[in-house]
Write a protein that binds this ligand. Sequence first.
Ligand SMILES: NC(=O)c1ccc[n+]([C@@H]2O[C@H](COP(=O)([O-])OP(=O)(O)OC[C@H]3O[C@@H](n4cnc5c(N)ncnc54)[C@H](OP(=O)(O)O)[C@@H]3O)[C@@H](O)[C@H]2O)c1
Length: 399
Amino acid sequence: MAVTEVSQTALVSGHRRRISILGATGSIGTSTIDLVRENPDSFDVSVLTANRSVGELANLAREFRPDVAVVADERGYAELKSLLADTGVEVAAGADALIQAGQQAVDLTVAGIVGAAGLDVTIAAIRQGSAVALANKECLVCAGDLVLEECARAGTTLLPLDSEHNAIFQVFETENAGDVEKLILTASGGPFRTWSREQMVAATPEQAVAHPNWDMGRKISVDSATMMNKGLELIEAAYLFPVAPDDIEVLVHPQSVVHSLVAYTDGSMLAQLGPPDMRVPIAHALAWPARMQTPVARLDLAAIGSLDFEHPDDERFPAIGLARSAFDAGNGSTAVLNAANEVAVESFLNNLIGFLDIARLVSEVLERVEARRISSLDDFRALDDEARAMTETLVKSGS
Ligand SMILES: NC(=O)c1ccc[n+]([C@@H]2O[C@H](COP(=O)([O-])OP(=O)(O)OC[C@H]3O[C@@H](n4cnc5c(N)ncnc54)[C@H](OP(=O)(O)O)[C@@H]3O)[C@@H](O)[C@H]2O)c1
């Protein structure tokens, strides 16, 4: 079931919302926390999680007094326990604890963990039946069919947090879904939009994470630089909205003001505009179906002056094509694409491979690993492990 068709009853307005923030110490988590701070009468934070940022997590837990604070990396348990000893906040650590935190009964879960590491806990949150605001796009790329099946089974509302998908969600006329001609996902083009291939060969991690418009975590910043982020988003959009992948177009829009568009059969295009600040789509999800105040800078269209759009360059940015082909090939291929990309990005950030090697490795792993169809989480884990191992072998061998 696409998000535009799901039940709209999960969020009841007019009472304080209990929320879980998965990945509270990251970029999405920090923006969410900022909005909660601005609206102290609207939210109670029930769950906060992090991976290794124990000090930061402890500070947040001290401020918001959730029922439980979870550090995924078990090595952080003793420190977190000691930092929160006098607070009454339950402290837990490890993969099982993370899943249990996802099961906590809340009104809304913000899924802000990065990568496939967020899949199990996001599914746990979905199974508990209330709304899930999904930033962690890799969940859909890895196991979109399973995620949507779980949503349908539990009656869970999935609210898109990614700015492009949130934009589409805001202007998608569910009642006229049959009259949607295409979706247009906009892309900033990343820091290397105007670089030649020769320059990109020597691009460093520092240059790749220096995004011109958005302040994000390191992995998604590299994904934006390769434009794999847009490839992942294309797959995400194909799961979220009832539109064929061939009818989802990508346009580079360097100002990041128009966050995406829906084109209808009468020639109308509806777009959502806003400043490049994730607090806008997060606020939309936190308050949905109502709206809430945010402190973000308002758009000054006259100061911006003009908005530019261009087609992406598939030669310098092959990742979008790889993602499109993987989606066409089936859900095993998108899982392989994601695993290979996660390992390749990490390898690039650790200076083990060059920038252009990221898409090259993803392409090679897609050719080498047999992308069996995924029907269960066990199927996914087996394929994910295999694709990661293959990518690591290729990185080590330098091929
Ligand atoms: N940032 C954006 O503007 C933006 C926009 C659209 C979509 N998204 C998507 O949102 C997700 C989060 O992105 P981000 O930029 O916020 O990432 P980030 O800044 O790197 O934060 C990631 C969060 O996940 C936690 N985490 C990392 N590895 C984990 C693991 N193995 N187990 C449990 N928790 C783990 C981190 O904890 P530690 O702090 O302890 O490492 C941190 O809290 C990604 O899927 C991204 O594509 C982000």
